[in-house]
Design a protein around this ligand. Structure first.
Ligand code: V07
Length: 247
């Protein structure tokens, strides 16, 4: 299985260590089929399983998925409630595969603001997979790039005020240590950002971390984004990487 998918990519292709995905187009996919938005979210969740497994087999080290932004709370409460149950559903059906695949779950976001049941399920999955040594499946969940930066500034200001750091010594590394991605260490910055559905914006996702990332905008709606689409986007990354490497 692993070898099959790797063969599809070819031996000399450079696979990004960290891929981040903005999984856009779920609502439009459902609308096109005459179905409610939540049907799109559900299908999108099932596709997370497919793409995470493929990424793991391709040798990706970190897969970051933008599942829920700090701005998404303003959606209709029925939709928000449905979204907050998706992690429960996801781990309820996918946990055995995550264990089998040796995938480690992590979360980037303000998890303290999540509903109790959702927070518990997510933190349990993080705990249950903490010793896995394979790909990190990192859910950006209740995440916002500006809020993350403001939070980092606040922490540094508090430490400067109480004298535990010298504010004139603040540098990139000290700043990055205060970001929500600090648990990813030297893999915190995505090599490749993919956004599906044809939109070409970063929408408050990993503002600091995307400073040097390649960006690929794929026209496919997320529920239909396939392993072949992922391979195409990795090949596009590889072509750009080669150009960059040759100068
Ligand atoms: C969500 C499915 C994917 C497309 C984007 C919108 C809907 C998986 C999760 C998830 C989140 C945290 C976690 C485990 C799974 C998820 C939300 C929405 C809010 F620990 N998919 N998915 N969460 N969608």
């Amino acid at each position: 299985m692993t070898e099959d998918i790797k063969r599809q990519l070819g031996p000399e292709i450079s696979v990004p260590k960290h891929i981040a995905i903005i999984m856009d187009g779920n609502g439009r996919w459902a609308k096109r089929k005459g179905q409610p938005r939540i049907a799109g979210h559900k299908e999108g969740m099932n596709n997370v399983k497919t793409i995470a497994t493929a990424a793991s087999h391709l040798g990706v080290r970190v897969l970051s998925l933008y599942a829920f932004s700090t701005e998404n709370w303003s959606r209709p409460s029925k939709e928000v409630n449905f979204l907050m149950r998706l992690p429960v559903d996801f781990f309820g059906t996918f946990m055995p595969d995550l264990i089998k695949e040796n995938i480690k779950v992590e979360v980037t976001g303000f998890t303290d603001k999540l509903p109790d049941r959702t927070r518990k399920v997510v933190l349990k999955a993080v705990e249950d997979t903490k010793d896995n040594t394979g790909m990190i499946l990192n859910f950006a969940f209740n995440y916002g790039g500006r809020a993350e930066i403001v939070n980092a500034v606040k922490n540094l200001a508090i430490e400067a005020k109480n004298g535990s750091i010298d504010p004139t010594k603040i540098d990139d590394t000290m700043f990055a240590d205060q970001l929500l991605t600090n648990q990813l260490g030297d893999l915190a910055d995505p090599d490749l950002l993919i956004r599906t559905s044809g939109e070409e914006r970063i929408s408050n996702f990993m503002l600091w971390q995307l400073a040097y990332s390649e960006m690929v905008f794929d026209k496919t709606y997320w529920p239909e984004y396939s392993v072949d689409n992922l391979i195409e986007d990795i090949l596009e990354f590889d072509r750009r990487d080669r150009r960059f490497g040759s100068v």
